[in-house]
Design a protein around this ligand. Structure first.
Ligand SMILES: [Zn+2]
Length: 362
C-alpha cells in the first residue's frame, strides 16, 4: 500500500497507484499526482448524483418490473426469487460538446410516372445537408466496462443505427425520470462522501484526454451512421466537434440478481441460472435486464417438442403409412438446426459467463 497526504486537508491515507484521480476519504477532495515530480493537482469539477434508491426499495422496483412482463402475475411470488443486490457509484467523464455535421451523397430517384422506365443517367438525385447537435457525452472513467454487467451498450439511439460503443448521451440515456425529479445532469452536487449513502464509490482510473478522444470518436461514428440512414450512397461526411466543458460525475447504479424457477411443465425447458437487472439509481429506470426466458430457452423448447413429434412420425411411418417418414425427416431437420443454434451460442457465451464472475463489491 502507498500512503499519500491529501492535497487539501493534509490528512494521510492509503491510495491505489492505478487510480488517476485520488479521492480523500476525509474531505472528499480529488487530486492528481504528477508521477515524475510528485506534485499534487487538485481537481475542481467533480460531482455526484445522489441515489434516490435505497436498498429496501429494490424489491418494490423488481416487482413492478416483473409484473409488467410476466404472463402470470399471481405466480411471481412463488417463481421469482431475489438472490442479491448492490449499488455502485461509477465515475463518468461527462463531456459537453457541440457537433456540426456536413454530408453529401446521392439517392435513387423515386419513379414519379408509373409505367415509364427510369432513365439511368438522371435516375439519381444528389443530396446534401447539415445538422448540429449538443451532447453531454458520458464516458466511463474505469479501465473496463465489463467490470459490472450491462455497461457496454447503454446508448439506445432514436435513429435506427447500430451501436458498438460504450459511451452515451447522458440526458437521453438514463431513462425517463419520475415526475418531480430534475433532469439527471441538473441533479448533480459537488462530490462529498456524505452524499454517497454508503454506496460503494468506484475510483477514477482514466484520463480526461483519453475520455475526450473516445467521446469524439463515438460522436463522429454516431453521426456518420445517422447520415447513412438518410442517403443511398454517402460521398462525404464531416463532423466537427467542439468540446465546451468537462466534468467528472459519479452516477449511481443498482444491480438485482434474481432466479426464475417455474412451477409449471416449463421448468424442464429452462436452465436454472442467475439473471440480472441494471437499474439507474437516480431515475429508477430499468436500463437493461436478462429476461426470465431467453432465446436459448425457446430454442431448447423447440428442439424437445420437435424431437418428440419426430419420434411419433417415425412410429407412424412404420405402422400407418410410409408418408409419415417425410414428417419425421422435417422434424429431425428442425432439431438439427436448433442444436446447431445452441452450439453456436456457446461460442459467444464466454463474454456473458465472464460477466458472471462479477461479485458484489465488499
Ligand atoms: Zn482531504
Amino acid at each position: 500500500m502507498f500512503e499519500v497526504s491529501c492535497a487539501s486537508c493534509q490528512a494521510s491515507f492509503d491510495y491505489n497507484p492505478d487510480d488517476y484521480i485520488h479521492l480523500c476519504p476525509f474531505c472528499s477532495a480529488g487530486f492528481i499526482i504528477d508521477p515524475e515530480e510528485g506534485a499534487k493537482d487538485l481537481i475542481g469539477d467533480h460531482y455526484i448524483i445522489p441515489s434516490t434508491i435505497q436498498k429496501e426499495n429494490l424489491e418494490g422496483i423488481f416487482n413492478d418490473w416483473i409484473t409488467k412482463r410476466y404472463h402470470n402475475p399471481g405466480k411471481i411470488k412463488s417463481e421469482f426469487n431475489i438472490l442479491g443486490s448492490y449499488g455502485v457509484l461509477l465515475p463518468y467523464w461527462v463531456i459537453s460538446a457541440e457537433a456540426h455535421t456536413f454530408w453529401s451523397g446521392h439517392s435513387a430517384k423515386k419513379n414519379l410516372y408509373p409505367g415509364r422506365v427510369r432513365d439511368l443517367a438522371s435516375g439519381f438525385l444528389k443530396e446534401e445537408g447539415r445538422f448540429s447537435r449538443r451532447y453531454r457525452w458520458a464516458i466511463l472513467a474505469r479501465k473496463s466496462p465489463k467490470e459490472h454487467w450491462g455497461l457496454e451498450r447503454l446508448h439506445h439511439p432514436r435513429e435506427s443505427v447500430n451501436v458498438d460503443w460504450e459511451g452515451f448521451p447522458l440526458d437521453e440515456t438514463m431513462g425517463v425520470q419520475d415526475e418531480g425529479l430534475k433532469a439527471i445532469y441538473e441533479a448533480k452536487v459537488p462530490f462529498k462522501y456524505e452524499q454517497t449513502n454508503e454506496i460503494a464509490v468506484a475510483s477514477i482510473q482514466t484520463r480526461e484526454t483519453s475520455a475526450v478522444a473516445r467521446a469524439k470518436d463515438q460522436i463522429n461514428e454516431y453521426h456518420r451512421r445517422m447520415v447513412k440512414t438518410k442517403v443511398g450512397t454517402l460521398y462525404e461526411h464531416r463532423t466537427e466537434i467542439e468540446v465546451v466543458g468537462l466534468h467528472i460525475v459519479h452516477i449511481p447504479f443498482w444491480y438485482i440478481r434474481y432466479s426464475f424457477s417455474p412451477n409449471s411443465l416449463f421448468k424442464f425447458f429452462t436452465t436454472v441460472r442467475e439473471r440480472r437487472i441494471l437499474i439507474q439509481g437516480y431515475t429508477k429506470a430499468v436500463l437493461d435486464a436478462e429476461l426470465p426466458l431467453n432465446n436459448s430457452d425457446k430454442v431448447m423448447t423447440n428442439m424437445v417438442v420437435c424431437g418428440i413429434l419426430g419420434f411419433i412420425s417415425l412410429t407412424l411411418s412404420v405402422f400407418i403409412h410410409p408418408l409419415f417418414y417425410i414428417l419425421f425427416v422435417m422434424f429431425i431437420i428442425i432439431v438439427g438446426l436448433s442444436t446447431w443454434k445452441i452450439i453456436n451460442r456457446e461460442k459467444i457465451d464466454p463474454e456473458i459467463i465472464k460477466g458472471h464472475e462479477n461479485t458484489e463489491p465488499a
